[in-house]
Design a protein around this ligand. Structure first.
Ligand code: CLF
Ligand code: SF4
Length: 418
């Protein structure tokens, strides 16, 4: 895989960073990370963000994470560490900005460091507060920080950020973007000069900053950043860029190739959730999500048919593309009834080898044509789009099936009343 040669050179990494699954390509197959969702607040308004979802700078638009107090995050960490001994990193990636909610972030770091000195602490931030908080990060021993820098030109920044909230003032347009960019670049310089490995995330937005990304990479390189992670724009429903074209993998890869002459490129990013747990390619957050009491029966007038991607019918625990069968439920005000378990592999048998992703996706979608909604742990942008075109609502959730069904019914009822 290309990344093997293009990521940070393994032999040059410290023993600690070799255990970091995002910074080390080899490490991502061996070591797990856990995100603790302790920081819900944010001080920016990015046009690709819908605050119902996790911070898009490090995550993808998905299911809003539960919020934990620092103490609850420590308790959860202790539980996860018992179950996943190869857990090496605790990351704070929102669901807002880790520095905008500094007190909670700081407390969480202190608690986890006191429990396990060897656990690597990692932060992701929009960088607005970096210059003032970098000294604290250094004294806490944080050595891995991700900063999202989408532009170094305030004119372009003004197209990406609606406003910047700084010291009780709200700045807009070029003025806001200029302040943000200055703080991001100053913060990267301070951290890098003190031995922190700074990863810079860049959201590639077609027609907005795509012709400017090489300049961003060159600039952050000069300031000491170690690696860049160019990520596609995934349009979030309800955001300003909701209808903006999604960045294609082809364009993304072209850009990474251009930029890797300056800095190593990360290619194994999963754009994970703010409460992700496990190996990067094997999210186990559903296993550790808080058990909510069984919800009351829904108060809806309609009856819905909902397809659920679930291994055993207990939790919503499968990605749309990985599901070989769906549990089909009838859902109404009288509760939920399992109608059938519908295999999707059988729908693929007629297509030779069923190897084409698009073809397989289409077959699955057609097999669910009688459903009102599809409930999955995760679902890709194109599958979501196709389902919506068919009048089927895609819903992401990582709870028990019953709770997920209730959530989906509310979403369906809301859609109808909109
Ligand atoms: Fe989390 Fe980010 Fe730290 Fe990794 S994730 S705060 S650097 S521990 Fe990793 Fe996930 Fe991609 Fe982030 S795969 S979204 S790059
Ligand atoms: Fe949303 Fe993250 Fe931007 Fe804040 S920094 S507005 S949470 S994408």
């Amino acid at each position: 895989m290309k990344c093997q040669s293009a990521c940070l050179a393994e032999k040059e990494l410290s023993a600690e960073t070799q255990r970091h699954p995002c910074y080390s390509f080899a490490g991502h197959k061996k070591y797990a990370r856990m995100h603790i969702p302790v920081a819900p607040r944010c001080n920016l308004a990015c046009n690709y963000c819908n605050r119902r979802f996790d911070c898009v700078n490090e995550s993808r638009p998905g299911v809003t994470s539960e919020i934990l107090t620092p103490q609850a995050a420590l308790d959860k960490y202790s539980l996860v560490k018992k179950e996943i001994p190869n857990l090496s990193v605790v990351g704070i990636a929102g669901p807002g900005d880790s520095l905008a909610d500094w007190e909670k972030t700081r407390k969480s770091i202190e608690l986890i460091k006191a429990r396990d000195e060897d656990t690597i602490i990692c932060l992701s931030t929009n960088g607005l507060l970096l210059p003032e908080l970098a000294p604290e990060l250094l004294s806490l021993g944080v050595k891995h920080v991700t900063v999202t820098v989408n532009s170094i030109d305030p004119k372009i920044g003004a197209l990406i950020y609606r406003h910047v909230r700084y010291k009780d003032e709200t700045l807009t347009g070029k003025e806001g973007a200029e302040l943000l960019i200055n703080n991001q670049l100053t913060g990267i310089k301070i951290l890098s000069a003190h031995g922190v490995l700074v990863k810079v995330n860049i959201v590639m937005i077609k027609g907005v900053n795509d012709n400017h990304i090489q300049d961003v990479v060159k600039t952050v390189k000069e300031l000491g950043a170690s690696i860049t992670n160019i990520m596609p724009l995934i349009p979030a429903p309800g955001s300003v860029f909701a209808h903006h074209e999604q960045t294609s993998n082809k364009d993304l890869e072209k850009m990474r190739q251009l930029c890797e002459t300056d800095l190593p490129q990360m290619r194994h990013c999963q754009q994970c959730r703010a409460d992700a747990i496990g190996l990067l390619h094997e999210d186990r957050s559903a296993e550790f999500s808080r058990s909510e009491p069984y919800p009351k029966k829904p108060n809806v007038s309609e009856t819905y048919k909902i397809a659920v991607a679930s291994k055993y019918g207990k939790r919503v625990d499968l990605h749309f593309g990985h599901a070989t069968q769906f549990h089909i439920y009838r859902c109404g005000s009288d509760g939920f009834t399992l109608l059938e378990k519908r295999g999707v592999e059988q729908y693929c048998l007629g297509v030779e080898e069923c190897g084409e992703e698009e073809e397989r996706r289409e077959i699955i979608i057609q097999s669910l044509a009688d459903c009102d909604a599809v409930l999955t742990l995760r679902i890709g942008y194109h599958a979501q789009k196709r389902l919506l075109e068919q009048g089927i609502l895609p819903v992401e959730n990582c709870d028990k099936v019953n709770n997920g069904l209730l959530f989906t019914m509310k979403e369906l009822a809301q859609k109808e009343s909109a």
